[in-house]
Design a protein around this ligand. Structure first.
Ligand code: SF4
Ligand code: MG
Length: 324
């Protein structure tokens, strides 16, 4: 297995108390596999990814338990410099907002080239050629002419392609993309997602796709992990989850996918708001919003139960949900 996150716990210190952002997340990603991690904001999907990337283990965030095993090594047990080495060449992250992730006063060629001068000791000239090659690879038209341009001279979709190129530059084994297409138009979203999926296949990388939108990952993900209040509530092969969800929250998310024939209409099937992470409801954290909730849901935390091969659900009544 390329990456195994085991029982990860992350807390944030806030002015009002301790927010429990991640409460025992376990997931894995194999080489060549795409795992979509789905949830509303505050579900812990980004925080888990940031823990994997090593960009949050400093105040106010704190990893309080669990393991992050990457290529056989528990990153949380390595010394800081070893950790940095493993992560630096082994994994890369793509963020939602390319404009704030790219340096506005450096040409894209210089930024892409830096990956090779700094990490591979290449000459500037060779690095420039590599930059053009990468821009070609992510299908930016006229790469040779545009390599000297600045981020603001590219469209949102093209900038996101540049981010993908940056992430892939050192050929990492794992890429984590956090809402990589959320800021883009629907048609551009699909193009960027297809590109990402294609490169992932070609390079046999593991890919974690973080999203709040089930619609955008349907065609590219192998498996989906659905998160709620810092826990995984359902995990399943992608086609199975679409056919029949085994958790009422997943069901609500599926019913929330905006449909093309209802454009502009905010279709939201789940009533209420995600919980305050400082006061996670007892029992099943989803019970205040769940149309299927019963007494036991208010007192007993549902375990992540085995449903079928590769499929788990944290609902006391997953059978009913699956058959309903
Ligand atoms: Fe709903 Fe109960 Fe299942 Fe939680 S355990 S999702 S409240 S039915
Ligand atoms: Mg997020």
């Amino acid at each position: 297995m390329l990456l195994e996150v085991r029982d990860l716990q992350v807390e944030f210190k806030t002015r009002d108390g301790i927010a429990k952002a991640v409460n025992g997340v376990t997931y894995s990603v194999a080489a060549g596999e795409t795992l979509a991690v789905l949830g509303e904001s505050g579900s812990g999907k980004s925080v888990t990814a940031q823990a994997v990337m090593g960009i949050l283990d400093m105040p106010p965030g704190r990893i309080t338990g669990g393991e992050i095993v990457f290529q056989g090594k528990d990153l949380l047990k390595l010394k800081e410099d070893e950790r940095r080495k493993v992560r630096g060449s082994g994994m890369a992250m793509i963020f939602q907002d390319a404009l704030s992730s790219l340096n506005p006063v450096l040409s894209v060629g210089a930024q892409l080239g830096e990956m090779f001068t700094v990490h591979r000791g290449m000459s500037r000239k060779d690095a420039r050629a590599k930059a053009v090659e990468l821009m070609d690879r992510v299908r930016i038209p006229a790469a040779k002419e545009r390599v000297g341009q600045y981020p603001h001279q590219f469209s949102g979709g093209m900038r996101q392609r540049i981010m993908i190129a940056m992430a892939m530059a050192l050929e990492p084994a794992l890429i984590i993309a956090d809402e990589p297409t959320t800021a883009l138009d629907v048609t551009v979203q699909a193009q960027v997602m297809d590109l990402l999926a294609e490169l992932q296949r070609e390079m046999n990388m593991g890919l974690i796709l973080i999203t709040h939108d089930l619609g955008v990952v349907a065609d590219v993900a192998d498996r989906i992990a659905v998160m709620y209040a810092g826990r995984i509530v359902e995990e399943a092969p992608v086609h199975e989850i679409y056919k029949a969800p085994a958790h009422p929250y997943t069901k609500g998310l599926l019913e929330s996918i905006p449909r093309l024939d209802q454009k502009g209409q905010e279709l939201y099937a789940i009533k209420g708001l995600p919980p305050n992470l400082m006061h996670i409801p007892p029992g099943c954290a989803f019970h205040p919003r769940c149309p299927m909730a019963r007494d036991v849901c208010r007192t007993d935390v549902p375990p992540l139960a085995h449903v079928s091969e590769g499929r788990r659900s944290a609902c006391h009544f997953w059978k009913e949900c699956l058959n309903g």
